[in-house]
Ligand binder design. Structure first.
Ligand code: SF4
Ligand code: MG
Length: 271
């Protein structure tokens, strides 16, 4: 049991609620719950699960789980995850990143992890803003939306995480939201077990930094927005501008670590 887990157990002896740093209404706790439920449902051994987290509010998720955890540098979570998977392909490596982490400073790592198709699950918690550092515009902030660094509305076109991951070659690409917890659980499980590189984007409200700046009246408003403005991809008709959710890419190519093991075995056989 890690020191952090011991501290949490000690805290729970005197308090009924689970201690955490997330603001009231933050979607990250829902995604964390989905991750824990998914590991449990898949009956994965805790010692075989590695959570590699980046920097930002989503990066805190690593502190609340009793798996192997690494809290890394900003934007570099996928590089650590790549090394861990290559060193021990048997591990279930899950890389948790925010939209700033995954699409901005870590954007290069995301596209190359997808290109290499390394057997890591990348969980991108997209709240469309840099939450922890005060609400700056991220590569996922919609054009026209307010942020600390775009007080008159962002002039930039955002990245679409799903299209980016698909184009770069990820084996499995999916999207859900913190509002759709059941769908999120199902996609999380699929993403974890799928061979090769899996990307699961979870749209996740940040009421503190994004909601207030963009005139959402309250937290409920933000979750209602997700409900009204998303649609399962298989039900989406032409001209429907809602954000599609579900599975967008489902390929069966072997992961980089599998190809590497095969290469080593074939070279050893030649000796
Ligand atoms: Fe969640 Fe935003 Fe608060 Fe960070 S700043 S904990 S993303 S609500
Ligand atoms: Mg963010």
């Amino acid at each position: 049991m890690s020191d952090v887990t011991k501290l949490i157990h000690e805290y729970l002896r005197h308090n009924k609620k689970f201690p955490h740093v997330f603001c009231a209404g933050c979607g990250h706790g829902i995604v964390l719950g989905s991750l824990v439920r998914s590991v449990h449902a898949l009956q994965l051994q805790k010692d075989n699960v590695v959570i590699v987290a980046g920097i930002g509010c989503s990066g805190r998720m690593a502190a609340y789980v009793d798996f192997n955890t690494v809290h890394t540098a900003h934007g570099r979570a996928l590089t650590f995850a790549t090394g861990i998977k290559m060193a021990n392909p048997e591990l279930n490596v899950i890389c948790v990143m925010g939209d700033g982490d995954a699409l901005s400073i870590g954007g290069n790592h995301l596209i190359h992890a997808a290109r290499r198709n390394i057997g890591v699950t990348a969980l991108v918690l997209n709240n469309q803003i840099y939450g922890m550092t005060g609400g700056q515009c991220s590569p996922a902030t919609p054009q026209g939306d307010m942020s600390m660094t775009s007080p008159f509305g962002s002039l930039e076109q955002p990245f679409d995480t799903v299209e980016l991951a698909k184009a770069a070659g990820a084996n499995f690409v999916a999207r859900s939201t913190s509002f759709h917890a059941n769908q999120l659980d199902k996609l999380m499980q699929q993403a974890i077990v799928h061979p090769g590189f899996s990307v699961l984007e979870a749209l996740s409200p940040c009421p503190t930094q994004y909601g207030r700046k963009n005139k959402f009246r309250n937290v409920v408003d933000m979750y209602n927005w997700l409900k009204k403005n998303t649609v399962k991809v298989e039900k989406q008709k032409e001209g429907d501008t809602r954000i599609p959710t579900g599975v967008f890419q489902n390929l069966d190519r072997p992961g980089l670590e599998e190809r590497y093991v095969e290469l080593r075995q074939s070279l050893q056989a030649e000796e």
